[in-house]
Ligand binder design. Sequence first.
Ligand code: BT5
Length: 254
Amino acid sequence: MSTASTDELTPDAVAAHLTGRFGTPYLYERECESTQLLLLRSGLPEGAVAVTEHQTGGRGRLGRKWEAPPGTALLTSVLLDAPADRPPSELSLVAALAVAETVERATNLAAQVKWPNDVMVNRRKVAGILCELSDGVVVVGIGINVNQTREELPAGISTPAASLRALTGTTYGRAALLGPLLTTLEGMVDAWRDGGLDAVYGDLGARNFLHGRRVRVDGTSGTGARILRDGRLEIETDAGETLVVESGEVAFER
Ligand code: BT5
């Protein structure tokens, strides 16, 4: 793995790492408001990828912010045609699985998916996914904390953050992560298009971070259970009922 100082995501630096359909065209900005905005309403074809070193208005879900110092994180968006027969919301889980697999391969640490859109290592959030739907396309935004030091990670947040560097003590070449990420994502998106969540269901079950954990949703406490085949999350409440959660936020006890 190269060090952060030689780490670049320019088209030249990533070209050798891009092996599939995703990444053509490849849009690179040293700084932008959000990579999502480079692709939404862009008219670009499926597989277009936007990457930046720094976002001035990085977006999380529900109006929240995504923050990372310049040059430390992998901040990327991928444009996909929204399939007519699949709920685009499932793409958050599909993308989270692709990120988890990529992170696990790079670090040799087990990575899990915290329903519906986070990637966790050692109970800390290393990556988040944001899917935005507009005009028949889905823009899948992926933020992975790669080379931030502990001090550079956001503090005082409900789900503690980590970077790959903070977890392993190693710095990572981001281009060498981006290539496998896009290849893995492409394979999983193709499988999901053909077979829906069923196609990745085993992996989803194996990586379900909330399974068996104490959780709280909208004031109800319970234990996280399965992710259903339609992407919803089951919770066994302390009152002995089964609650099915469609979307939103699940807090977990550490
Ligand atoms: C997410 O939202 O986790 C989706 C993040 C998607 C970011 C990518 S970067 C490339 C693309 N372009 C964008 O503008 N966005 C996408 P959510 O689950 O709402 O989590 C947001 C919350 O995570 C914030 O309210 C903070 O508490 C926390 N947070 C912010 N920055 C973080 C970071 N670097 N690491 C971990 N947590 C963070």
